[in-house]
Design a protein. Structure first.
Ligand code: SF4
Length: 127
């Protein structure tokens, strides 16, 4: 792992359980990493959320997207970050796994989308 990746993981791993997807969307998910969802869903919960709000795959874990919504409401986020919660986020590009989202933000690589996909969701740099 390169130096930047090592530093990013050392910072974001303990705080957000970062999985180093390389396309960070924390700003739009109430500072909740969607890659910690067992299905790695980046646009909201699946249909399997249990009545108690826990995950259908890991019954002892609260649904990542319910946590994200609660945090979006509760944390002192920038208003535009709160609005970005409803963005349609593009599919995750697994080719970026393990790379630094910080580098990909600066280079714009994290905003490249698959052919046929509409413009990428507004990015943190555009808030
Ligand atoms: S870089 Fe990806 S895996 Fe890491 S916190 Fe951001 S969204 Fe989650």
């Amino acid at each position: 792992m390169a130096l930047l990746e090592t530093v990013e993981h050392a910072v974001k791993g303990p705080i957000w359980d970062c999985r180093m997807c390389g396309q960070c969307v924390l700003h739009s998910t109430g500072m909740t990493c969607p890659m910690t969802c067992p299905k790695t869903l980046r646009n909201g919960p699946c249909g399997g959320v249990r009545e108690d709000g826990n995950c259908e795959v890991v019954p002892t874990m609260r649904c990542v997207w319910l946590k994200a919504y609660d945090r979006k409401e509760r944390l002192p986020l920038l208003p535009s970050w709160r609005r970005h919660f409803d963005d349609l986020r593009p599919p995750v590009d697994n080719r970026l796994k393990g790379t630094s989202s910080w580098r990909n933000l600066v280079t714009g690589r994290d905003r490249e989308t698959p052919d046929g996909w509409p413009d990428a969701a507004p990015h943190v740099a555009e808030v």
